[in-house]
Structure formats: structure tokens, C-alpha cells
Design a binder for this molecule. Structure first.
Ligand code: CO8
Length: 303
């Protein structure tokens, strides 16, 4: 069976979904989950823009959380809700994920959500990370990452959940699972997602060394599928989407499920244990010190 059914009703987001609003004009539906969150939380700037073109069946999800689209608990929840909403709309067949932030696709998980936070908070945060991965990796839609900037760690994971990755050919950008550089360990489902993309040996080297690849290196190892000039990332993603959508949905979806279901099932049957493992690991004093040093390094590098 396709993945959607196996994932539906497992996120507990239906209540939130019912609070969504959407506006429609000229055949385009602009869904803005953050506006709802904004009203609820008095947030000043929307973090996520979802632009669904009903005439093509393709939605573009734009990450716009300054400065670097780091994935906080709130942001992850908004992304999961947005994907769930699109997934339930049968007319939406494709999803392109991109960023509106200059130079950055996503800086990965928001380190501040894991630094000096309570075990309860860490657990809630990790559940939201799992949720985002389950929604995207298990999506029935064709998903394409239009990577128009650096994409370390959780940002790389998000793009690895997609069916196809197009990256800006700019040597200043990097992509990879660099967790070990922070003194932390990528969990099994990060690892399995990467293995499913680039193979075991490349993943082993990349994860142990916490490698961040330049676009040309990422293309060589298969971490991305295509490099294009920066100003052509989104248009190329749109053209590529047309090709993928020419394949009958049911055949493509069943094939996708066949490729991904074992890893999804593995996390689904180990979710609580995975949360428990994360919380006990991340709250260790030695790991907190590593995160603190990494945050310091980020600030020093800036000055
Ligand atoms: N979380 C929180 N804050 C961040 C993050 C982040 N991931 N990344 C950057 N920031 C902050 C910076 O500290 C800085 O803050 P301030 O303005 O207060 O000094 C601000 O964002 C802007 O950052 P930069 O000046 O560095 O922006 P640049 O445009 O120069 O560079 C980069 C952008 C390349 C994205 C750069 O910020 C960077 O390398 N960031 C760190 C990326 C990273 O290493 N992320 C790893 C996060 S951990 C993760 O995703 C997986 C964890 C799995 C846990 C498993 C445990 C079991």
C-alpha cells in the first residue's frame, strides 16, 4: 500500500489542521499556516509560505525563518502540518521545498532547542523532528528539494527525504550530515536515509567525519542529483517536477513505498525508544558542553 495510509492518524495534528485557513484567487490557493500560528502566538513574521497551484497540482513550500531557517519546535510543527494538509488534498501531486533566506536552505535543527533545555522539552522537540521526517520521507507526493543555499545536518536530512535534489552551483555552499562535528551522533534513521541515497561506504565516511560537501562533491557522491546556476534552481525544479508527474501516480507511489517503507517502519516501531535515547544522550553534561562550544564557535566565526 502507499505510504500515506500508514502514516495518517499517527500525528495527532488533526485538531491543529482544523484551524487552518486558506485563500483562493485565480486558481491558486495560498495556504499560510503561520498566519494561524501568528494569530495564536502573536508572531511577527510568517516562517512558512505554501503556494499551491491547482492548475499544475504542484505546491511550493518556502522556508522563510530568519536568519538561517533553523528548525525549531514551532517551525517543525508548522512544516509537518503544511505537508499533512497538502497530502490530504488529492489534487496536490507534487511538492517543491525551497528557501527564501539568502545563502541558506536550512541550518538544520535549532541547536537552542537542545541546549540547556529540560528533558521534557527535548523529548517534545525530538518527536517533532521525527514527525517532519515521517511526513516527508513517507509522502505520496513527488517531492523535490530546490537547495538554494547551505544545508547542513537537519537541513540535509530534509532534502534527503525528497525524491530529487537540485542544488545551486555555488562553491560557498555546503551540504551534509555534520553531526559528529558538534560532538553528537546522527540517529539510525538519519543514517539509513543517507545510506538509501548514497550507499553504505560513502555514508560511513561522511558520518564519521561529519563531512560537509561542496555542491560539486555532493553531486559526485550522489548526495544531490543536479547542479544548476543559482537563479535557475526553482525553475529547474519546476521543469523536473513535470517529468516526474508524467509517471502514473499509483505506480510511482508503490515503488517509492517499496524503497522507503522498511526504514519508516523501523522508526515507527521504535519511536518512543528513539525519543528516550535522544533525551538521555542530549542532556548529558559532556554533550551539552560540546553544543555550547559549537555555539561559541558559530558566534566567533561571525565576528
Ligand atoms: N541552530 C541555532 N542557531 C543557529 C544555527 C542552528 N542550527 N545555525 C546558525 N545559527 C545562528 C548563529 O549562531 C547566528 O546567531 P547570532 O546572529 O545570534 O550570532 C545566526 O544563526 C546566523 O548564523 P551565521 O552568522 O553562521 O550565518 P551564515 O549565513 O554565515 O552561515 C550556516 C549559515 C552555514 C548555516 C551557518 O550558520 C552554520 O554552519 N550553522 C550551523 C549548522 C549546523 O551545524 N547545524 C547542525 C544542527 S544539529 C542537527 O541538525 C541534527 C542534530 C541531530 C541530533 C542527534 C542527537 C542524538
Amino acid at each position: 500500500m502507499a505510504l500515506r495510509a500508514s502514516l495518517r492518524n499517527k500525528c495527532g495534528l488533526s485538531g491543529l489542521l482544523s484551524q487552518w485557513s486558506s485563500c483562493s484567487s485565480h486558481g491558486r490557493v495560498c495556504v499560510s499556516p503561520v498566519l494561524v500560528a501568528q494569530q495564536r502566538n502573536n508572531s511577527t513574521s510568517p516562517k512558512l509560505k505554501v503556494d499551491f497551484d491547482q492548475s499544475t497540482g504542484v505546491a511550493v513550500m518556502c522556508l522563510q525563518s530568519p536568519p538561517v531557517n533553523s528548525l525549531s519546535l514551532d517551525f517543525l510543527t508548522e512544516i509537518s502540518i503544511a505537508v499533512e494538509k497538502l497530502e490530504m488534498d488529492k489534487s496536490c501531486r507534487g511538492l517543491i521545498i525551497t528557501s527564501s533566506q539568502p545563502k541558506v536552505f536550512s541550518a538544520g535543527l535549532d541547536i537552542m532547542e537542545m541546549y540547556r533545555k529540560s528533558p521534557e522539552h527535548c523529548g517534545e522537540f525530538w518527536k517533532a523532528v521525527q514527525e517532519m521526517w515521517l511526513k516527508l520521507y513517507g509522502s505520496n507526493m513527488v517531492t523535490i528539494a530546490a537547495i538554494n543555499g547551505s544545508s547542513p545536518a537537519g537541513g540535509c536530512l530534509m532534502s534527503l527525504t525528497c525524491d530529487y535534489r537540485i542544488m545551486a552551483d555555488n562553491p560557498r555552499y555546503t551540504i551534509g550530515l555534520n553531526e559528529t562535528q558538534l560532538g553528537i551522533v546522527a540517529p539510525f534513521w538519519f543514517k539509513d536515509t543517507m545510506i538509501n541515497t548514497v550507499g553504505h561506504r560513502t555514508t560511513e565516511i561522511a558520518l564519521e567525519l561529519g563531512l560537509l560537501y561542496k555542491p560539486s562533491e555532493a553531486l559526485t557522491v550522489g548526495l544531490v542529483d543536479q547542479l544548476v546556476p543559482e537563479d535557475q534552481v526553482l525553475t529547474t525544479a519546476t521543469q523536473t517536477m513535470t517529468k516526474w508527474l508524467s509517471i502514473p501516480d499509483h505506480a510511482r507511489q508503490i515503488t517509492k513505498s517499496m524503497m522507503r517503507k522498511p526504514v519508516i517502519d523501523k522508526l515507527m516501531s521504535n519511536r518512543e525508544a528513539d525519543i528516550h535515547h535522544f533525551v538521555s544522550f542530549i542532556t548529558k553534561e559532556s554533550i551539552q558542553k560540546s553544543l555550547g562550544m559549537y555555539l561559541e564557535m558559530l558566534k566567533k566565526r561571525k565576528s
